[in-house]
Design a protein around this ligand. Structure first.
Ligand code: SF4
Ligand code: ZN
Length: 297
């Protein structure tokens, strides 16, 4: 098979886009495609400083690499969750540091243990949340705090199409209106302290991002987080992968169809924000969820 752009031997097949490309045309296509998503949803303004949350995995490292390649003023943020099983957090940090070095960009590092005396394994079992839900809360809090403290007006995360489509699938199966109303590639900032969050990879599948990372020579941590629990989300991903195999483009049509026609039926609520009485960051209650979690820790 030949590359549809330049005629050299193709290395990557893209059935849902009905094309095959060689390595260099594929890398260029990913950048162009991501650039279109950024423009369509007005994610990042020209010249804006962006903080990219990097975990050491392929998605976030690819996103950082792509934004840097596209000329965005993108720095990285690594949140050390203190997952010490087989040195998981330390090895993930090394991947992020290596990419920071090769991109020549700054990497901010926040250590949960230094900030709070706690780690994700030690937070297991605190409160009613699952560990991944607790971890998500902690990461969202420190992403926003680090962006605010560092004077960044935009925070980018590496969620890909598989993540968003499977999350939409789950929210639709459960008719979870609250989450459906929030499902968006852009979460607008509010006031000075709630920073806009964007997901520039929402139109690329997990496989497409992995192919980008591989061809770009990015070294990422391949094993799954040792703290992960619950298989429901994986089942939704598997179900969508099976549908995609029979009908390429299903994930994209499902997710994009929601953005174009479904989302307007679930308007986002914007309850008034106030400052958390403990940490001063934005919240809808007297004390933010993070500070309530810490009070239990
Ligand atoms: Fe956190 Fe769960 Fe992700 Fe591990 S798998 S980093 S615990 S959200
Ligand atoms: Zn707080």
């Amino acid at each position: 098979m030949k590359c549809r752009s330049c005629g050299k031997p193709a290395q990557v097949e893209l059935p849902q886009h009905n094309r095959a490309l060689c390595a260099s045309c594929y890398l260029a296509w990913v950048a162009e495609y991501t650039g279109r998503t950024i423009k369509r949803f007005r994610m990042i303004a020209p010249g804006e400083r962006v903080l990219v949350a990097v975990s050491g995995g392929k998605d976030s490292l690819s996103l950082w690499s792509l934004l840097a390649e596209m000329g965005y003023r993108a720095d990285g943020l690594y949140i050390d969750l203190g997952i010490d099983h087989d040195g998981y957090s330390a090895r993930s940090l090394k991947r992020a540091q290596a990419l920071a070095g090769s991109l020549g960009r700054e990497l901010l590092v926040v250590s949960l243990e230094e900030e709070t005396g706690l780690t994700i394994p030690r937070l297991r079992g605190k409160g009613a949340r699952t560990i991944c839900s607790t971890c998500g809360l902690v990461k969202r809090y420190y992403m926003n705090l680090a962006a605010y403290r560092g004077g960044y007006s935009c925070l980018a995360t590496g969620h890909n199409l598989d993540d968003e489509a499977s999350s939409l699938f789950s929210n639709v199966l459960n008719w979870d209106e609250r989450y459906l109303s929030r499902q968006s590639p852009v979460s607008p900032g509010r006031g000075e302290k709630l920073i806009r969050r964007v997901k520039p990879l929402v139109h690329l599948t997990e496989k497409e991002v992995a192919q980008y990372a591989f061809l770009r020579g990015i070294d990422w941590i391949m094993e799954e987080c040792p703290q992960v629990e619950g298989s429901t989300f994986h089942q939704y991903k598997d179900a969508l992968n099976r549908l995609e195999l029979h009908s390429p483009g299903t994930k994209r049509r499902f997710y994009d169809g929601y953005l174009r026609t479904g989302r307007k039926h679930f308007p986002a609520e914007e309850p008034p924000l106030r400052e958390c009485g403990v940490c001063g960051m934005p919240t809808t209650l007297d004390t933010c969820s993070f500070c309530r979690l810490m009070a239990r820790g």
